[in-house]
Design a protein around this ligand. Sequence first.
Ligand SMILES: [Zn+2]
Length: 339
Amino acid sequence: MAFGLLVSFLKRIHREGVVALLAIFFVCIPLCALELNGVNHLQLDEIGAKLGMQSRWVEKGKIKELKSEWTRLRFELHKREMIVNGLRVHLGFPVAGSRGKLYLSETDFRHQIQPILTPQVFGKPPGFHHIIIDAGHGGTDPGAENPALKLREKSLTLDLAKRLKAQLEKAGYKVTLTRSGDRLIALPERALMANRLKGDLFLSLHFNASGKSSVHGVETYAFTPLLQPSTSRGKLHPSDRKSYPGNKHDPWNELLGFYVQRSLKETLPSPDRGLKRARFTVLRDLNMPGLLIEGGFVSHSQEGRNIGSAAYREKIARAIASGLATFEKTANRLKGKAQ
Ligand SMILES: [Zn+2]
């Protein structure tokens, strides 16, 4: 059996050359897992070697960087995030240390690193043409408010949804809004509606508020993968062991979220609060990749004023559309459609 497998690999290398060699490398070279704090972890140096990246200490025993020609990943001991080319990506578990080496959880490698750096290991991404845009809140639920600036989240999300719809239609997509007026739709119904409409991609638009007036910035949420705690939770919860329809597209949620958050960070003056994870009801039952985007804090004086301006909301819409365009480019490349 093993001999037969070897012969078929050798035949494939003969036929397809380097591509087959790379495929075999990714499939066959296992990483050694070490259990730390009850969770399987992989050594960062080994992850770097598997990805063909150089590994170096930025601060010995504390901060490590993995680097290739195009990508820099930065990890800090005990921090629950990694920095990917300057962008914050929140991890399921903190970076761990043992005997002077740094470790990343196996699920973070699979759900946070591979979708961004080697999405080809997940096969072909789903195509997308029909985009469902969900304007958060509505009707009796105003969402976040800033009375001093006369800002109500439900109106701002609807305005942003219409702007994004116009931009995406101009780019050739079919777009449907979950609501086009001031009405409340129950959270589970929003995802079910997207499924009934047979959407290919779902975007829920929101604005944030905080009791602390200094808090501001943009953040993007993808549905929490199986066996990982959401960003707001410190450790695993029994619900983290349950798989939902929203998990079917885990790698594509992550890659899409990365591109959209990167585009928001590059376009807007707001601080990058990162790509986060949550089991939001609007994302839980989706049959398609989806994101929830928080376009800034209405409670912050400057960011609130920005959000109140139509030109700024147009800018947010452009940033989201640009993130989607990058995702489509990558998806086409993975499907072998690239020129
Ligand atoms: Zn909201």
